[in-house]
Design a protein around this ligand. Structure first.
Ligand SMILES: [Zn+2]
Length: 120
């Protein structure tokens, strides 16, 4: 996974920017912060979000399939096309982006970087 930017707030009051996976050295007091564990945690959260997203895509296909069958029963092929396409738009254009935003917000609350300095 690509490194993510991280902001280390050192007790000495200096904030140092780095990337997860790096050893970030405070530019104020020289304390070293090992962010490898943060990189791993971030990866775990990202993998969880991705799994949930794959599940949502599959659920969406099922939802569109059901609508398509309902449309087929209701109006034959036109019903299948209208409800299938309508369902696809509702799920993948409206619902999924909304869910994605919600899931990313949740992921960012799960992921709160706390890194302690290691001895020099
Ligand atoms: Zn410092």
């Amino acid at each position: 996974m690509a490194p993510a930017p991280i902001l280390i707030k050192c007790p000495c009051g200096i904030e140092t920017r780095g990337e997860t996976g790096d050893i970030v050295v405070c530019s104020g007091c020289g304390a070293r912060y090992d962010t490898a564990a943060e990189a791993q945690r971030l990866e775990g959260v990202a993998a969880l979000t991705q799994r949930q997203f794959r599940y949502l895509s599959r659920a969406g296909l099922g939802f569109i399939g059901l609508l398509g069958v309902a449309g087929l029963v209701w109006l034959n092929v036109w019903g299948l096309l209208i409800l299938g396409a309508g369902g696809g738009v509702v799920w993948f254009v409206l619902f999924m982006p909304w869910m994605k935003r919600r899931m990313l917000t949740k992921a960012s609350t799960l992921y709160t970087p706390t890194v302690s300095p290691t001895r020099k």
